[in-house]
Design a protein around this ligand. Structure first.
Ligand SMILES: Nc1nc2c(ncn2[C@@H]2O[C@H](COP(=O)(O)OP(=O)(O)OP(=O)(O)O)[C@@H](O)[C@H]2O)c(=O)[nH]1
Ligand SMILES: [Mg+2]
Length: 325
C-alpha cells in the first residue's frame, strides 16, 4: 500500500489502475489497505493534486461531447487528464461509449488520458464511496480530473463537494427560468454552459434566461457564475469556458479551495458511515449531532482515517447488546 501511495504521489500513472482496484475491493484486508492508501493521499495532496472539474446536466445535454473537446485541448497543452464518468447504475453503456470515444480520439496509446466509468449510487442512493475514492486516486497522478455525471437537480450537492469547480451544461430551450429554479440547479454550479450553441437563437435565449435567474438567487458573495455559450461541435466558446474555469479557480483562492475540499472530506465521512452502518448504527453511537461535532472538531484528519476511527467506535457500540447510548 505505501508503495502504491508513493508511486501515485510520484505521479506514476501505472499505479492508478491497481489503486482503483484496491479501493473497489470489498474484502476486509483490502479495505484496510485502501483506507490507509486514501488517508495517505488525502494528507499528502492537501490543496494540490489535479484540478477537479465536474460536468453535470440533463441527459443528452452534450456533456460527453464537451468533455471530449476539453480533453483534446488539455492534451494539446500536454496536460494529463483523468476522466471519471459516474453512470446511473442502470446504464453503464453511456460511460463505455464516452470511454471509447475518448480512447479513439486521443489515440489508444495515449498514456496521458485515463478513463474509468463508475456506478453512480451506493445502496442508499448516495454517491458511492468508490467514486469519491477514485477521484482522489486519479487526482494524485494527473493534472486534471474531469467528472461527468447526469444531474437533474438532486445530486448536484454531492458532486459539487467532490470537485473544485462544478459546471452545469444546459440544453438550449430545455426549459424556462422557472424550471431551472424549481429544479434547484441555479444554486450550486460555479459555471454554466449553454451547449449546442450552433443551434442558434434558442441557445442565446437560454443563456439570457439563466443569466437573469442567477441574479435572483442568493449565493456566496464574490462570484457570479458566468453563463458561457459553447458549441462542442464546432468548437466555439470552448476558449471562453476554459477562461471561466480559470477565473473561478482564481476567485476561489487557496482559502476557498481549502474550504471546499474540507466540505468534500466531511461529505465523504458522512456518506461512508451512513452507507456502512445506516441510520440505526449512527443513532446508537450518538447520531447526527455527535457526528457533526466530531467532524468539526477534527478538521485536519484525513476523511478516510476519520471515517474508520468513528466506524470502529460504532462497531464497538453495536457489539454491546442491550446497552443504550
Ligand atoms: N448541434 C450540436 N449537437 C451536439 C453538441 N454537443 C453534443 N451534441 C449532440 O447531442 C447528443 C448528446 O450528446 P452527448 O455529448 O452524448 O450528451 P451527454 O450529456 O453526455 O448525454 P448523456 O451522457 O447520455 O447524459 C449527441 O447526439 C451529440 O451529437 C453541439 O455542440 N452541437
Ligand atoms: Mg455523456
Amino acid at each position: 500500500m505505501r508503495e502504491l501511495a508513493q508511486r501515485l504521489l510520484a505521479r506514476d500513472r501505472s499505479a492508478v489502475a491497481p489503486a482503483l482496484n484496491l479501493v473497489d475491493d470489498r474484502r476486509p484486508e483490502a479495505r484496510r489497505e485502501a483506507l490507509a492508501l486514501l488517508a495517505a493521499l488525502e494528507e499528502k495532496i492537501g490543496l494540490a493534486g489535479a484540478r477537479r472539474i465536474g460536468l453535470t446536466g440533463a441527459p443528452g445535454a452534450g456533456k460527453s461531447t464537451l468533455l471530449d473537446a476539453l480533453v483534446r485541448r488539455m492534451r494539446g497543452r500536454d496536460e494529463t487528464v483523468g476522466v471519471i464518468a459516474v453512470d446511473p447504475s442502470s446504464q453503464r453503456s453511456g460511460g463505455a461509449l464516452l470511454g471509447d470515444r475518448i480512447r479513439v480520439r486521443s489515440g489508444a496509446g495515449d498514456e496521458g488520458v485515463f478513463f474509468r466509468s463508475m456506478a453512480a449510487r451506493d445502496r442508499l442512493g448516495g454517491l458511492s464511496e468508490a467514486t469519491r475514492a477514485s477521484v482522489l486516486v486519479v487526482s494524485a497522478a494527473f493534472d486534471v480530473v474531469l467528472v461527468e455525471t447526469v444531474g437533474v437537480g438532486q445530486s448536484e450537492g454531492e458532486i459539487a463537494e467532490l470537485v473544485d469547480t462544478l459546471v452545469y451544461v444546459a440544453q438550449p430551450g430545455a426549459g424556462d427560468l422557472l424550471q431551472f429554479m424549481k429544479a434547484g440547479i441555479l444554486e450550486l454550479p460555479d459555471v454554466f454552459v449553454v451547449g449546442k450553441a450552433d443551434m442558434g437563437p434558442v441557445a442565446e435565449r437560454t443563456q439570457n434566461e439563466l443569466a437573469a435567474g442567477l441574479g435572483l438567487g442568493e449565493r456566496a458573495a464574490g462570484w457570479v457564475p458566468p453563463v458561457v455559450l459553447v458549441s462542442a461541435r464546432d468548437g466555439s466558446g470552448v476558449d471562453d469556458l476554459e477562461a471561466a474555469l480559470a477565473a473561478h479557480r482564481e476567485a476561489m483562492g487557496p482559502r476557498g479551495l481549502e474550504a471546499r475540499r474540507r466540505r468534500g472530506r466531511d461529505a465523504g465521512v458522512w456518506g461512508t458511515l451512513r452507507a456502512r452502518y445506516g441510520s440505526y448504527g449512527l443513532e446508537r453511537w450518538g447520531g447526527a449531532a455527535r457526528l457533526e461535532e466530531r467532524v468539526a472538531a477534527e478538521p485536519d484528519v484525513p476523511g478516510a482515517a476519520l471515517a474508520s476511527a468513528i466506524g470502529a467506535e460504532i462497531e464497538a457500540t453495536l457489539e454491546k447488546p442491550g446497552e443504550k447510548t
